[in-house]
Design a protein around this ligand. Structure first.
Ligand SMILES: Cc1cc2nc3c(=O)[nH]c(=O)nc-3n(C[C@H](O)[C@H](O)[C@H](O)COP(=O)(O)O)c2cc1C
Length: 496
């Protein structure tokens, strides 16, 4: 084991010395640091470096050293970093603009990114994305609305549901294949539609499309695709099947819906259903995103303006509009963004194919209930009205593990969507990252289904879970991985 110890009295020197030593050491080395760095800001720079190399790192200030003399003596190799003539330069470093420092570190993070083999979960992808993405892009992706209560509760809700596994079942062969909207897929989850992919990776949605095709899962094509629909559809893999997302900005666009559907029906046989937003009466207050952008130099922020939605105006939709849309196509229409069981019921009564219970990943109305809770209420109501059989309920928001997907399916979901995890996988690794994220979810599902004692999706049912704590918000097993990645809202900045 190798230890780096800085003897510098200046926290900035110590930080810089350790950072230099750290970045030049072998990625495989197990590194321990004790540092004079006092401010959290400086410690977090080193933490970020540790994250990108996958090394283990211990930090402490000299006042509270974690390595006592005895421990230090046991180290195979100790490198003492004395103050050197760089001191003056390092002091100047202190004056470096916070954003420049962040950017310098980000470039280092990109160079030292962990090998894909070091990624074990979707949370790992998120941690890496946070370290390699420009601040503005991270803000845009990770933000929820207002106080982000719905954003967090979407995820925490899954932590309040527990399994009731069965034993001694022959689970040698487990299949997670699943039919959604009349099409067969290799798994019951899909990459949901989201704007802003080019900020994550230059190949943008091409990464999602190709990875989804190779893994035979559905990619919901965003209406706000960053390149032409023809290019998208021309590069599909043989047999690839998709969902299409749609929203309307203007009356004129709404009036052309018939043409849009006709084009799908005649030229896009891969599209199996159209998911139309019902959650865009206006745009939620994405406060964290706004704060992060406000703190950035507007001149360096042009790229983001394209995706910034605060000024976006949508066409006001009512049930009447949806009934008109339904007459224009034979494609199944699914309402995306339903948040009340009575709206689920109404959609079923009107003969729509399904609904996605979604609060847009916590980006619209804050304090909208977690989709998992609304799913249970909606299933119950549909069953009471005998409308359960021909109406599919999907959920999205906060799903990060195969076990989350299994829980949603046990509680009656016809399938689930994931957004940010695929954005984050693409941010670090492009298409191979997205493909690995899909594979992680698939293998988590297969493993957990074996442990649950089931061999196919159709066997999952509500008796396999205990959801009695679901509605008790605030009670959840502390999800360390989620909390580690969660970015708190930055307070306003004082002028220096
Ligand atoms: C950055 C970002 C952009 C999004 N853009 C859209 C969009 O253009 N249309 C849409 O219907 N939903 C959009 N969504 C919502 C997603 O479709 C989905 O509801 C949400 O991401 C699910 O939550 P999750 O990210 O926790 O998985 C967006 C979500 C994010 C994070």
């Amino acid at each position: 084991m190798k230890a780096f110890i800085s003897r510098s009295r200046s926290s900035s020197n110590a930080t810089s010395q350790l950072r230099r030593a750290f970045t030049t050491t072998s990625n495989k080395a197990r590194v321990q640091f004790t540092s004079a760095a006092k401010s959290n800001k400086k410690l977090s720079i080193i933490s970020a470096a540790a994250l990108t190399t996958g090394s283990l790192i211990y930090l402490s200030s000299l006042n509270t050293p974690i390595l006592n003399e005895a421990k230090i003596k046991k180290m195979q190799r100790i490198v003492i970093l004395e103050d050197d003539e760089d001191d003056e330069e390092e002091e100047e470093d202190d004056d470096e603009d916070e954003h420049e420092r962040f950017e310098r570190q980000r470039q280092l993070n990109i160079q030292n990114k962990p090998h894909l083999s070091q990624v074990f979960s979707l949370s790992d992808f998120e941690a890496i994305a946070k370290a390699v993405l420009p601040k503005g892009a991270w803000g845009y992706y990770s933000t929820g609305s207002d106080d982000e209560v719905s954003l967090r509760e979407n995820h925490y809700a899954y932590g309040r549901v527990f399994f009731r596994p069965r034993c001694l079942v022959d689970v040698d062969s487990v299949s997670i294949e699943h039919e959604m909207m009349g099409a067969n897929f290799a798994a019951p989850f899909y990459i949901t539609a989201f704007a802003g992919s080019p900020m994550a990776h230059p190949d943008a949605e091409r990464n999602l499309q190709q990875a989804a095709g190779k893994e035979n899962i559905s990619h919901m094509i965003p209406f706000q695709l960053s390149y032409s629909a023809d290019e998208y559809h021309n590069s599909l893999l043989p047999g690839q099947q998709n969902f299409q997302q749609l929203h309307f900005y203007t009356q004129e666009q709404f009036d052309k819906a018939g043409e849009f559907f006709k084009n799908l029906e005649t030229s896009r046989p891969n599209v199996k259903a159209v998911f139309i937003n019902v959650d865009l009466a206006t745009i939620g207050n994405r406060e964290k995103d706004s704060k992060i952008r406000a703190a950035l130099d507007p001149a360096s922020n042009d790229e983001l303006a394209v995706f910034t939605t605060s000024d976006a105006k949508y066409f006001t939709m009512t049930w009447k509009h949806f009934e008109e849309l339904k007459k224009l196509t034979n494609l199944p229409i699914v309402l995306k963004g339903v948040l009340n069981r009575y709206d689920v019921l109404k959609a079923a009564e009107l003969g729509f194919a399904g609904a996605v219970i979604s609060n847009h990943g916590g980006r619209q109305l804050d304090f909208a209930m977690p989709p998992l809770e609304i799913l249970i209420e909606s299933k119950k109501l549909l069953k009471e009205k005998n409308l359960d059989a021909n109406f599919d309920i999907f959920v999205d928001g906060g799903i990060r593990r195969g076990s989350d997907i299994i829980k949603a399916l046990c509680l009656g979901a016809a399938g689930v969507g994931l957004g940010r995890p695929f954005l984050y996988a693409m941010s670090g690794y492009g298409e191979p990252g997205v493909q690995k994220a899909i594979q992680i979810l698939k293998s988590e599902m297969v493993r957990d289904m074996k442990l649950l004692g089931v061999t196919s999706i159709s066997e999952l049912n509500e008796d396999m879970v205990d959801a009695t704590s679901l509605k008790y918000k605030g009670i959840q097993s502390s999800d360390m991985l989620y909390n580690y990645n969660y970015t708190e809202m930055p307070p306003p900045k004082f002028k220096s």
